[in-house]
Design a protein around this ligand. Structure first.
Ligand SMILES: *[C@@H]1O[C@H](CO)[C@@H](O)[C@H](O)[C@H]1NC(C)=O
Ligand SMILES: *[C@@H]1O[C@H](CO)[C@@H](O)[C@H](O)[C@H]1NC(C)=O
Length: 370
């Protein structure tokens, strides 16, 4: 099914942490120091940040063993446990975010919302849940919150809350990866990059026009190292790490363009803070130096089927009849061929929080409310 990168659906995310023990997050938290007054967070993106939007929005089943490590049940996240966004929320001492589409959330939307949905891309527009749809959902959320607040409903996010909130965007991987899997040539994929970047710029500007002033932008990872994509590609132009060179080259071109765009936005959007985070460098280090960091072969999927070299079979994916799952997820980088394990996400989050990969080098704690 469909959580595959080719599934073009995206939702808005809401990051609400409800029941996490802060001690288990210690590794991610120490670097940021936490917040006495956590900020409100709004998240936009794809499966890298979907905390249950796909399940809430479309009723798609996401079964165990997804969720087995931390939650002990499936939460709709495509991983054995927490995602990077969960660790970022925890580092700010805020609850993990509730998916915008989750109408039965016990924890509600007082600390923000997560609009990210599995499979989302920036283009085409106006399909569920493209980035512009996620932004439209946010605009609805904001208008409705202000309306309810002005008629006396308690615990609604007010104008000041929206202005002080942190807006996190992590999208683009599916725009590129789907193009490759639909057989577009490298040149055709690269030609799409400017329109994808323009969509991300539009999203930031729309959020700015709504009052947002704090932005956190993730670039895209080395998706040429995702075991599913390697297993399914006809042309295996593998580099010395066993990753698809052309895919990763396209990712780097995309990231260069996003970096320039973020510089431009910083000068255009007065009194805004926009932090660009080099997720590519973090994941690339993890994959290249996996054994040094305590992981086994980074291209071998934990939850899948078929054995080496990738343990990935498109007909028997994680959670589908016949799948097999590894005992020690904590030794694996890849959970299901596309998504990372909780152990890998913990490592990645700690690098994000180190500020070493951020431009400018803004500590995450900067976004605490004052
Ligand atoms: C992609 O292109 C290759 C070679 O041009 C062809 O053999 C293959 O069937 C195509 N795949 C799809 C999904 O169209
Ligand atoms: C792997 O680790 C070495 C030694 O710390 C470092 O120089 C190198 O840049 C790392 N590789 C990547 C791809 O980050």
């Amino acid at each position: 099914m469909s959580w595959s990168v080719s599934f073009s659906i995206s939702l808005l995310w809401i990051c609400i942490f409800s029941s996490f023990s802060s001690s288990s997050l210690a590794s991610a938290v120490t670097l940021s120091g936490g917040c006495n007054k956590p900020p409100i967070l709004f998240v936009f993106g794809d499966s890298n940040s979907d905390t249950g939007g796909l399940v809430s929005g479309l009723g798609f089943p996401v079964n165990l063993p997804n969720g087995r490590t931390f939650f002990g049940r499936s939460t709709g996240r495509l991983s054995d446990g927490r995602l990077v966004i969960d660790f970022l929320c925890q580092s700010l001492n805020t609850r993990i975010l509730t998916p915008y589409l989750d109408s039965l959330s016990g924890s509600g939307f007082t600390n923000g919302a997560n609009f990210a949905v599995v499979g989302s891309s920036t283009l085409p527009k106006y399909v569920p849940f493209a980035l512009n749809i996620q932004v439209m959902q946010f605009q609805h959320f904001k208008a409705r919150s202000l309306q309810l607040a002005s008629s006396g409903t308690k615990n609604m996010i007010n104008e000041e809350g929206f202005r002080g909130a942190l807006y996190l965007i992590d999208i683009g991987q599916n725009d590129l990866a789907d193009s490759f899997t639909k057989n577009l040539s490298y040149a055709q994929v690269v030609k799409k990059i400017p329109t994808v970047i323009a969509e991300i710029e539009n999203a930031v500007k729309s959020l700015y026009n709504e009052g947002g002033r704090k932005f956190w932008l993730h670039n895209t990872g080395p998706f040429g190292c995702l075991p599913k994509l390697i297993a399914l590609s006809d042309k295996k132009d593998l580099d010395s790490f066993g990753c698809l060179s052309s895919y990763n080259y396209a990712a780097r071109l995309f990231n260069e363009a996003l970096y320039h765009s973020s510089q431009k936005l910083r000068t255009e959007l007065k009194d805004a803070t926009l932090v660009y985070v080099d997720i590519y460098a973090i994941k690339n280090d993890l994959i290249a130096n996996a054994t040094k960091y305590g992981f086994s072969n980074p291209l071998m999927v934990c939850c899948g089927y078929g054995g080496p070299p990738y343990n990935f079979n498109v007909r028997v994916t994680c959670g589908q009849p016949g799948y097999q799952v590894c005992d020690e997820g904590s030794r694996h980088v890849s959970w299901d061929g596309i998504h990372y394990t909780e152990a890998a996400n913990t490592w990645i989050a700690s690098k994000i929080l180190s500020t070493a990969y951020s431009t400018p080098r803004t500590p995450f704690g900067f976004f605490c409310s004052h």
